[in-house]
Write a protein that binds this ligand. Structure first.
Ligand code: G6P
Ligand code: MG
Length: 217
């Protein structure tokens, strides 16, 4: 029986990828190379430091660990100037009404995000109090596809993994859900998220009945 929903943040509840892209592109520019929107796809669901590693690999740049930390901080400072300006109208279509429907049906709700900025974003979107548990990049040591972030969410909600449905837009996130023995709804394209139990374009296509159809017999 499904008792809880665990939500990824970036790409599921809000589109922060565009702000990440601007900040990474500026950093690449300073380092003297181009960073395209297609390159940006590779950073979805990936931690900040791993994103930097990928960026440097694209630019063919080698740096010391100290330099890498400095640049990751710099990118984050820049990224934060964008998210600090976010407003509730940036919540993706259908997300808030689905969260509210789940609440009304007594389905527990948690966040499972790799981002260390998740609290700031939820506050800006005025969504914080819809979540009973918030597991973000400050609380996990293993990145997706490791299931840690979702297993911690299930534990915080006091439910079993088999009773959880994860909503994810990144392939690594879908893999994390499956590795954690959870049901998973992919948000985006079936060609990328084909391993999920169901794929939809966005949360506007979800409702309680569709959720319950994911229950195993
Ligand atoms: C999410 C995003 C990634 C981002 C990561 C870390 O998973 O999809 O693009 O790199 O969070 O975000 P942070 O806010 O901690 O830099
Ligand atoms: Mg995501």
């Amino acid at each position: 029986k499904i008792k809880a929903c665990l939500f990824d943040l970036d790409g599921v509840i809000v589109d922060t990828a565009k702000y990440h892209y601007i900040a990474w592109r500026e950093l690449a520019k300073e380092l003297g190379f181009d960073f395209t929107e297609k390159d940006n796809e590779r950073l979805k669901g990936v931690s900040r430091m791993t994103s930097l590693e990928i960026l440097l690999e694209i630019g063919g740049v080698t740096l010391t660990d100290e330099e890498k930390l400095r640049l990751a901080d710099k990118k984050n400072e820049n990224y934060r100037t964008f998210i600090l300006k976010m407003k509730p109208d940036e919540i993706l279509p259908g997300a808030k009404s689905f969260l509210k429907e789940l609440k009304a049906k007594d389905i527990k709700i948690a966040l499972g995000s790799a981002s260390k900025n998740a609290m700031t974003i939820l506050e800006r979107l005025e969504l914080t109090n819809l979540f009973e548990a918030i597991i973000d990049g400050t609380k996990v040591s293993e990145a997706k596809p490791n299931p840690e972030v979702f297993l911690k969410g299930a534990e915080a909600l006091n439910v079993q993994p088999e009773e959880c449905v994860v909503f994810e837009d990144a392939e690594a996130g879908v893999e994390a859900a499956l590795a954690g023995n959870m049901r998973c709804v992919g948000i985006g394209s079936a060609s990328v998220l084909g391993k999920a139990h169901m794929v939809v374009d966005g949360l506007h296509q979800m409702d309680y009945n569709k959720l319950i159809s994911l229950e195993k017999e």
